[in-house]
Design a protein around this ligand. Structure first.
Ligand code: 5SP
Ligand code: FE2
Length: 236
């Protein structure tokens, strides 16, 4: 099959609600949808896997009453299995767990996420080798997406780690159809590197919420992914 026949997954822009005004979450979510967001990225942190504590199932449940948006939940928690049923019931659309905390139980976890009606995804921290997720993409119960962290998980507003791009490129070359997400420090100044490596799901918090015109930042992020996909630069 030639490069021209490869069907790439759609670009999806997912503003991280961690950078929103949590006291006005429903209206912030509506604003992001109006600005052209495809997904809303929800950072769930337990104060243990990462040194920060954010939101959980009650907030997802409360937000779901106000929006039909795709709620992309990124679980930075030590015991992801405990969150599957509650989050599914609350209305989460996708459940991303970290490979660092799941060792032997990954297949079981993926199975339970999918049977609860959510998409399943796996994330890797900057220090984790990309090979660690290959079995989860290729296994019988496989993930729908891989999230390559481009900062140390825990906080918004950190600097993009360009040295994570070889991981993205390796995943894209190996799995042309896979949703590949990047998270951390994505902005108009860094998106071209992530797009050229083959990322198609872009999480952006501070660059979107901190902008005068969030809609134009979302547009720039999308256009960069579209341009890289039309040249298929990452397959060369
Ligand atoms: O998962 C995380 C941080 O751990 C992220 O989703 C951040 O919230 C992204 O924020 P920016 O780096 O785009 O400001
Ligand atoms: Fe995140």
């Amino acid at each position: 099959m030639g490069d021209q026949d490869v069907q790439l997954p759609k670009p999806k822009i997912a503003p991280s609600m961690l950078s929103s005004d949590f006291a006005n979450l429903a209206s912030e979510a509506k604003f992001m949808e109006d600005c052209g967001a495809d997904w809303l990225h929800m950072d769930i942190m337990d104060g243990h896997f990462v040194p920060n504590l954010t939101i959980g199932e009650p907030v997802i449940k409360a937000l779901r009453k106000h929006t039909n948006a795709f709620l992309d939940c990124h679980l930075m928690v030590t015991n992801p299995a405990d969150y599957v049923k509650p989050l599914a019931k609350a209305g989460a659309s996708s459940f991303t767990f970290h490979v660092e905390v799941t060792k032997d139980s990954c297949q079981e976890l993926i199975k339970s996420i999918k049977s609860s009606g959510m998409r399943a995804a796996v994330a890797l921290k900057p220090g984790t080798p990309v090979e660690d997720v290959f079995p989860l993409v290729e296994g019988e119960d496989n993930v729908d997406m891989v999230l390559v962290m481009t900062v140390e998980p825990g906080f918004g507003g950190q600097s993009f780690m360009a040295d994570m791009m070889p991981k993205v490129k390796e995943l894209r070359r190996k799995y042309p159809h896979l949703d590949i997400q990047v998270d951390g420090g994505l902005a108009p100044s860094t998106i071209d590197q992530a797009a050229a490596a083959g990322a198609n799901v872009i999480v952006a918090g501070s660059s979107v919420f901190g902008a005068k015109e969030p809609a134009s930042v979302i547009r720039i992020l999308r256009q960069s992914v579209e341009a890289a996909q039309s040249s298929k630069i990452f397959l060369r």
